[in-house]
Ligand binder design. Structure first.
Ligand code: SAH
Ligand code: SF4
Ligand code: F3S
Length: 491
């Protein structure tokens, strides 16, 4: 496939392209946990006086992986830059969830070619979920041969070796594991600001028929509770104000522990006792959301009353064909239980329109479900076929215009509820964690309420990173405005 001039034996370890069909397999072997990662001696100075730039696409899992990659690069002596011309390494940490996410990356590679011509020593790398797809790797080999390095989501810890190889070899270095590897606990992470992400598990075994994630992220593997708790404690000690526990399907946390019965509810109950002001988690799958978790979340304190609960569709027929493994009725029952236990809970969701074969009636069932739940906001998507997934083999028979019209109508309905829920906050005083200056006006500060509403108010910059009380005065759809009442003591 390539014109390697080294011996086959030499490069074979660095030419390991992905295979989606291998990625689909779920093996029984135990996942080992390692605590002994270290950067090899000879690579610790390799980045001295050099700069890196990473462009990240996709979900929070990817953002957090970028923090690990930055941590590794900085331990090798590299420093970060925003200036592409200054960069000695540029990495694109990519997302494969929809076609438009992939198109952006291919567009970007086109632009980066010029930089590479100007500065041949530049190392250009592609990592993240797109790297896990063989069609992507083949396309890069064919159309973007100037790329130096491709690695996947399971072998980030191999970066020091791969980078060294990419620097000294004239060939494209490709190492993508289609089978998830072990859990490596002590990788360095470069975190910034007042909020921190913490992985509680990796991978996804749900195989929703439209979704590429189980193929790009491997099987479900939970981190041990003591490792998660130790990390959260450490972040609290470092002064972080909020943590977000991460997984593709956090409600499956602990299902892979053979020797103990321990789930997300148990973990949240322990994290609740740690002295960190705010704790959130994402993403929930309705199927595994159990009563114990609801009971624990109802204790509130540092557990925020916001749950992101993707529904995808309100039609049982579509849910079945998506293989979501719950019904509309089950979902609504779960919502009712949550609302009963946590009356001021804010629910948000993800919805796909135009799944293969979705009729007008089935789409209307999604609209009626949205009205019944009354979400505060939602991420809405037009269905995008992903090669290798079961849905890609179904007839994609909803015309693009119909999909687009459904998306517009859905967003209009969602906006009505978003506005109503914001209006209910008028006159109330909310606890806000101040995150920074507002993007458009430096005199205005921006922060988040417990329910994750974006709140704007006027105040001095010194308040960034602190908790304040804000009385809500105005409620546009996408954020709310208020007046500073005073500082708050976070619970
Ligand atoms: N693990 C999370 C998030 C997965 S990806 C979950 O299960 O909810 C985030 C969202 O992207 C999904 O919830 C879904 O709404 C959307 N999505 C995934 N695959 C898609 C596809 N092929 N086309 C359009 N939207 C998709
Ligand atoms: Fe994709 Fe479904 Fe897994 Fe979410 S639960 S990552 S939508 S397969
Ligand atoms: Fe995208 Fe991978 Fe996340 S496909 S949504 S970056 S898990």
């Amino acid at each position: 496939m390539t014109t390697k001039n080294k011996s086959e034996k030499d490069y074979s370890i660095y030419f390991q392209p992905p295979s989606l069909s291998d990625a689909k397999k779920r093996g029984k072997e135990d996942i080992q946990v390692h605590y002994d990662f270290d950067i090899p001696e000879e690579m610790r100075e390799i980045g001295k006086d050099k700069y890196y730039l990473i462009q990240t696409y996709g979900c929070q899992m990817n953002e957090h992986d970028t923090e690990t990659i930055k941590g590794l690069l900085e331990q090798m002596g590299y420093r970060s830059t925003d200036d592409r011309k200054q960069a000695d390494i540029i990495l694109l940490n990519t997302c494969a969830v929809r076609e438009n996410a992939e198109d952006k990356v291919f567009g970007e590679l086109g632009h980066l070619k010029h930089l590479k011509i100007e500065k041949p020593s530049l190392i250009l790398g592609v990592c993240g979920c797109m790297s896990q797809e063989e069609s992507v790797v083949n396309r890069i080999l064919k159309k973007h041969p100037f790329v130096d390095l491709i690695f996947g989501t399971h072998n980030i810890h191999r970066l020091p070796f791969l980078l060294k190889e990419a620097m000294f070899s004239k060939e494209m270095v490709i190492e993508v594991w289609s089978k998830e590897g072990d859990i490596i606990e002590n990788l360095p992470k470069k975190r910034e600001g007042i909020k921190a992400w913490v992985n509680i598990m990796y991978g996804c075994d749900k195989f929703c028929t439209y979704c590429i994630v189980p193929y790009t992220r491997g099987k479900e593997r939970s981190r041990l509770p003591q490792d998660v708790i130790a990390e959260v404690r450490d972040l609290a000690r470092q002064g972080f104000k909020e943590i977000m526990l991460l997984g593709q399907n956090v409600n499956a946390y602990g299902k892979d522990f053979d020797d103990m019965k321990y789930g997300l509810g148990d973990l949240m109950d322990e994290v609740r006792k740690i002295d960190i002001p705010r704790v959130r988690f994402t993403t929930s799958h309705p199927r595994d959301f159990d009563d114990h978790l609801i009971e624990v979340l109802a204790k509130k304190g540092n557990l925020m009353e916001h749950i992101h609960l993707p529904v995808q569709s309100g039609s049982n027929e579509i849910l079945k064909r998506m293989s979501r493994k719950y019904t509309r009725e089950h979902y609504l029952e779960l919502v009712a239980k949550i609302k009963k236990a946590i009356p001021d809970v804010v629910l948000t969701t993800d919805i796909i329109v135009g799944f293969p074969g979705e009729t007008d009636e089935q789409f209307e069932e999604t609209i009626s479900l949205v009205q019944e739940v009354g979400y505060d906001s939602a991420f809405t998507f037009i269905y995008s076929p992903r090669e290798g997934t079961p849905a890609a083999g179904m007839e994609d028979n909803v015309p693009y215009e119909v999909k687009r019209d459904r998306l517009i109508r859905l967003n209009d309905v969602l906006n009505v509820y978003a506005k109503q829920s914001n209006e209910r906050l008028k006159g109330q005083t909310l606890e806000v964690l101040v995150e920074g200056e507002s993007k458009n006006n430096a005199a205005v500060l921006a922060g988040r309420s417990r329910t994750n509403k974006l709140v704007h108010f006027e105040g001095p910059k010194e308040l960034v990173g602190r908790f304040v009380q804000v009385k809500i005065t105005e409620t546009p759809t996408f954020y709310i405005k208020g007046e500073l009442v005073g500082e708050a003591v976070a619970q």
